[in-house]
Design a protein. Structure first.
Length: 163
């Protein structure tokens, strides 16, 4: 049986140019960190530069939602966990958590990734071997409690009148 723990990336470092005038990581670079962590898992799944070169297929992000929970600054080291929430032959749904090296949660990212034939470009089925790896991870991750924040929508929560 596969370890049900979410995939954990190596440590990710913040680059100096990513720090904004508020002296913390600019919001635009959280997706860069999530993407770099995902590239580590994508390689294990069978995607990456060699896959594109050999098959003319790749992955594209269709959607990605970030929740910013706690600021990080230059010099902080982070790592990401990645869950496979759902998948079919052409797409997969992921949820990532970005943790500070001291163990606290900084951000979450939720995405929908498409498998694309670059000749179109158009969405296309993944090879059976990659679908099998995704299924193995998704089945393992389904054994765990669903991570807090999956599927969360954006909106202003208002208190009920008279509450």
């Amino acid at each position: 049986m596969t370890d049900p723990s979410p995939f954990t990336s190596s440590f990710l470092e913040i680059e100096e140019g990513w720090i904004d005038y508020n002296n913390h990581l600019n919001m635009g670079y959280y997706p860069v960190l999530f993407d770099r962590a995902a590239d580590e898992l994508w390689g294990l799944l069978g995607f990456g530069p060699h896959y594109v070169a050999n098959t003319n297929h790749t992955t594209f992000s269709a959607e990605f939602h970030v929740r910013y929970l706690r600021e990080v600054k230059l010099g902080d080291k982070l790592y990401s966990t990645i869950w496979i929430i759902d998948h079919d032959e052409k797409r997969f749904h992921t949820f990532q958590e970005l943790y500070h090296e001291d163990g606290w949660l900084s951000a979450t990212g939720e995405g929908l990734t498409l498998h694309v034939n670059l000749a179109g470009p158009k969405v296309a089925p993944m090879p059976a071997s990659i679908q099998a790896r995704l299924k193995t991870l998704a089945d393992a991750h389904a054994q765990l409690p669903r991570p807090e924040g999956v599927g969360r929508s954006i909106g202003i929560r208002r208190k009920s009148v008279g509450a």
